[in-house]
Design a protein around this ligand. Sequence first.
Ligand code: ZN
Length: 318
Amino acid sequence: MNKMNALFRQNTLSRDVATSGIGIHSGKRIQLRLLPAAENTGVVFRRTDCGGMEIPALASHVSSVELATTLGRDDVTISTVEHLLAALRICNVDNVIIELDGSEVPILDGSALPFMRLIEATGLRNQAASRRIFVVTAPLSVDLGGKSIRVSPYPGLRVSYSIDFAHAAIGHQQIDVEIDRRSFEGELASARTFAMQQDVAALHQRGLGLGGHQDNCVIFGDDGPANTTLRFADEPVRHKALDAIGDLSLLGAPLWGHVEVERGGHQLHYSMTEALRSRTDCWTWATGQPHATPRPEPRRRQEPAVEQPAMALGLLPA
Ligand SMILES: [Zn+2]
């Protein structure tokens, strides 16, 4: 496929692809099917066991951010969407229907890598419509009790993430990655979800984490991973960065900006999507044509006039 087309035109999958696995919280086996979708459909979940109820993968449909990101509509929910969403975003899949016969995306190996492999197995189909890019044009931060997230203008996507766990086996970890498909695959995609051994019993009592086992998460005991060997010495912070990419994809388009997170999690990532929705002076939509630099879309007349900062749009990679 033409690389420029992949960047500036919308893409869907070339054909259906399916897998199945257990939900990490429900412990139930769930069928997952990805279907090609028309231009401008976006990423849409469909619960086949609930009359085909559809829930768009947009921040406006987030219903919970505890432990995992959950989307909801009426009484129907879909949880643990973030790893699949990160893989779809990085693989440039703009339009897709995600069918599930249960309330959770299968956890597979706890990372985003199996979802990338699934998408690669079917391949992409380029579509005619231009892709919109969510371009940060001014810094914006959210602080939540000693935790913080900040976005600022950047010609592409860069994620700087740090965590501080009192747990000695994790402690302080930080990572700074310029995100593209290659760096995501090499640095973040295979990092697995994790939990503390001391929390597992309480989670089970609440009916959560019932599908967790040695093949799909890292359980940290006092001396380190108790159930598996780490894929990276700093696998937890890499997984958090992966989560952030999935959660921020709920903006509904590729994000261009520098995302800096300290002691983050789903709550903080979601808070930034909310802040960006209300602070339209901090970002703009850009569209791109093959062989051209993305340019800002003209604002609709009814929207308040926002000065276009000279920033980044001139710096964006062609
Ligand atoms: Zn995660």
